[in-house]
Write a protein that binds this ligand. Structure first.
Ligand SMILES: CC(C)(COP(=O)(O)OP(=O)(O)OC[C@H]1O[C@@H](n2cnc3c(N)ncnc32)[C@H](O)[C@@H]1OP(=O)(O)O)[C@@H](O)C(=O)NCCC(=O)NCCS
Length: 149
């Protein structure tokens, strides 16, 4: 599996992942708008055998904060480290000092992933999600870069 920058050419594969993973998937237009901005970054996890995109993650970047839009891994490739590798790519992005995200309160898999990677809970946003209506848990991770002496 290889993680690389995602781009406009990947939109149809990213839309397929969104439809598989979310009740309110991002549209093609949503991705077009996302990639048109100069303060966004997205990464794709590509299966080395098939060349298929099996996961992706994206973020908006502002003042050292990487605000994660979404992370999704296709079902057959879960629990193989793909989600962790995608978060690592976001963490390593130049200028990003902190990652922020919201997650559905009931999303045990995603919350377990974020907790394992060291994210902490900052609060709850009531009824943030629709379809179905649900609270969001707000989480963040301060990124400690290796320091040279
Ligand atoms: C959440 C998601 C991205 C995780 O991706 P993944 O590739 O399976 O994650 P990883 O393999 O890197 O998992 C790392 C760790 O996270 C935790 N974890 C991941 N999925 C888990 C699950 N279903 N149950 C419990 N813990 C889980 C485990 O600690 C795991 O380590 P382990 O496998 O050694 O036990 C994936 O389940 C997914 O795409 N879900 C649907 C979309 C979604 O909910 N996205 C998040 C929106 S906020």
């Amino acid at each position: 599996m290889t993680v690389r920058r995602a781009a406009r050419e990947d939109i149809s594969a990213l839309c397929a992942l969104e439809r598989e993973c979310f009740s309110e998937p991002w549209s093609e237009r949503g991705f077009e708008d996302f990639f048109a901005l100069d303060y966004t970054a997205a990464f794709a996890a590509v299966d080395d055998g098939s060349g298929d995109i099996v996961g992706y993650a994206g973020m908006y970047i502002s003042g050292g904060d990487g605000d994660i839009t979404n992370i999704a891994v296709t079902e057959n490739f879960r629990r193989k480290g793909v989600g962790s590798a995608l978060i690592d790519a976001l963490k390593d992005f130049p200028g990003v000092e902190r990652l922020l995200l919201e997650v559905r309160e009931s999303n045990r898999a995603a919350r377990a992933l974020y907790e394992k990677l060291g994210f902490s809970v900052d609060g709850v946003r009531k009824s943030f999600y629709s379809s179905p209506r649900e609270d969001a848990v707000l989480m963040s991770l301060e990124i400690k870069r290796g320091q040279k002496c």
